[in-house]
Design a binder for this molecule. Structure first.
Ligand SMILES: NC(=O)c1ccc[n+]([C@@H]2O[C@H](COP(=O)([O-])OP(=O)(O)OC[C@H]3O[C@@H](n4cnc5c(N)ncnc54)[C@H](OP(=O)(O)O)[C@@H]3O)[C@@H](O)[C@H]2O)c1
Length: 223
């Protein structure tokens, strides 16, 4: 069975703003969602919220390690400062799996200014650190958590998906399509530098225009 057809996903940091929105959208799409947290009780509370909003028992909460063991596709949705340490904690459990990394290397307080790390991209650096046994796919950097977390809203933007393993990218694109959101191949993992940088542009735009902006790619053939 392909990872997308399996319909199981684990979200490390699923208690946070973006992770909650992802958990909710996949729960609504019929996925079994495992929320991982540093605090399993907090994860269980988040899962209960998702189940209430989804009106179905689709989410469960546990530790990072139990979550990473629970699904063939694992999402990393933690602050940049915790990205590497969180991945290291579950490193052995990620072998052979797809890791969707949502990280944007924001450096507070100037989050509206592009400040990419040495080497260019936080997600590409994680792929290098984890090695080829883990298929790291970059996604969701330009999607507002507020839209994902409000089931009454249509998510009116594209998800740009970068990764070196094309079948892994295909799987992630199919999983995002299951949420009712268009996702697009955006090239190898080094291209994640562009989506990570774009987030600071969107934060600037949001601040100036008092909105939650996203990216929409035009000129594509009907899919
Ligand atoms: N928010 C957005 O709109 C958005 C959009 C696109 C991309 N992103 C990216 O997605 C990632 C998550 O963003 P977010 O806004 O959801 O973040 P958040 O709400 O601040 O944090 C997400 C989760 O990370 C966990 N965490 C692990 N280590 C941590 C540490 N050292 N300090 C604080 N929290 C820690 C916490 O879970 P536990 O306490 O349960 O362990 C927390 O609930 C970030 O890399 C962000 O750049 C966010």
């Amino acid at each position: 069975m392909s990872a997308a057809a399996d319909k199981r996903v684990a979200i490390l940091g699923g208690t946070g703003q973006l992770g909650h929105g992802l958990a909710l959208r996949w729960a609504l799409a019929g996925y079994a969602v495992t929320i991982g947290s540093r605090n399993p009780d907090k994860a269980a509370q988040s899962a209960a919220q998702v189940n209430e909003l989804a009106a179905a028992q689709r989410a469960a909460g546990c530790s990072y390690r139990d979550a990473a063991a629970a699904a063939p596709v694992v999402v990393l949705s933690v602050p940049y400062a915790a990205q590497q340490a969180t991945a290291d904690e579950v490193r052995d459990l990620l072998e052979g799996k797809i890791l969707i990394d949502t990280t944007v290397p924001l450096v507070p307080p100037k989050v509206a200014r592009v400040q990419l790390p040495a080497g260019g991209s936080a997600v590409a650096a994680l792929q290098t650190s984890l090695g080829a046994a883990v298929k790291v796919v970059s996604a969701f950097q330009n999607v507002p958590a507020s839209a994902l977390g409000d089931p009454s809203q249509t998510v009116d933007c594209d998800v740009l998906v970068c990764g070196d393993d094309v079948p892994a990218r295909e799987t992630v694109i199919a999983m995002i399509a299951d949420m009712g959101i268009r996702a697009l191949h955006a090239g190898p993992v080094v291209n994640s530098a562009a989506t990570e940088a774009m987030t600071s542009l969107l934060i600037s735009i949001n601040s100036r225009y008092k909105t939650h902006a996203g990216i929409r790619v035009t000129g594509l053939p009907d899919q």
